[in-house]
Write a protein that binds this ligand. Sequence first.
Ligand SMILES: *Cc1c(COP(=O)(O)O)cnc(C)c1O
Length: 390
Amino acid sequence: MSDKMRKRSLETQAVHAGQVPEDATRSITTPIYPSSTYRMEFPGDESGYVYSRWSNPTRKATERALADLENGSEAYLFSSGLAAMNAVLNLLKSGDHVVAVNDLYGGSIRQFEKIWKKFGLDFSYVDGTDPENFAKAVKENTRLFWIETPTNPLLELVDIEAVSKIAREKKILLAVDNTFATPFIQRPLELGADIVHHSASKYLSGHCDLIGGVLVAKDKELAEKIFFNQYAIGAQLNPFDSWLLLRGLKTLHIRMERHSVNAMKLVEYLETVDLVDKIYFPGIDGNSIPNKMTMPGGMISFTIKADFETVKTFATVTELFILAESLGGVESLINHPASMTHSSIPKEEREARGITDSLVRLSVGIENVDDLLIDLRQAFAAIRTKIKQA
Ligand SMILES: *Cc1c(COP(=O)(O)O)cnc(C)c1O
């Protein structure tokens, strides 16, 4: 980033970072450049853009914005969060070992177990809430720590700073999936991580209207290796979605604030509901915030004192909370992990990890919070009737 931009606050960066003045028309917004290739002045002229798998002006503007927001050296955009993760795993070689948190995004575990294991990578999963578990799991061939915080769906928190100390001591790369927090709430590179990963399909874009992923590298050397993988593998984000993401980023700070404030108010309400058993939310109970998170974010999980069918009914009768997978958009969503996002995990393993049949996950949107409260109230009323009838 320019030194001038580095001095700006995060809110100002969200609006202006990556924006390059456009001279031809003096357009305020970054244009969408769909071009696959670029005119040369002479053979071998590589002074500008050459081919869009290598670099594209729209993608580059969004990559710059994300690098600035995460305070990294460079960022690289991919066609999905999992494609971005794939480019990190491709930094390793057969025989290497990875330690990851156990409450990990399901798709991440699937890629580790079903793809990478075949190519000779070895994985250990640990409870990330105690950083010492990482030290204990380290083997001679450990090359990467992969952490996610807050985790999905139990919103457990990992102390990034503490894990980064262990990683640095043992010369292990530390990658942090920052999808749930976003750079407005937590900046892992400033806490010692080497790589920040996001599914840009969630809060970064913020409107449930694209699938994308990003990697932000702390230093130039690592950035070059990631750039090579992006270029050599070829799962870049297209110019249209890059533009949509850049547009989404401009309101990231306002959205994250509203998501957080709405979520805090809903948690206050849920704490008073007799049908609610356990609430998972950053900062609640013993779940203290060790990571210098500035806000809790918009995700809430909780268990309902009812059977499988009744809990599914609860997730079906909400009106504003739309029953859907994914998260991080302006609209509120409700998810029943046991039958939806986490249904591929065997029941026993799922339950052992706390993802019970009675668990519900909310992605709290930016609607009027009173309307959201009314919606939850009527959903509880609906299942209360059902429980009484039973
Ligand atoms: C959605 C998600 C991913 C995967 O990203 P895609 O864009 O769906 O490929 C990875 N990590 C977390 C925490 C996610 O929520």
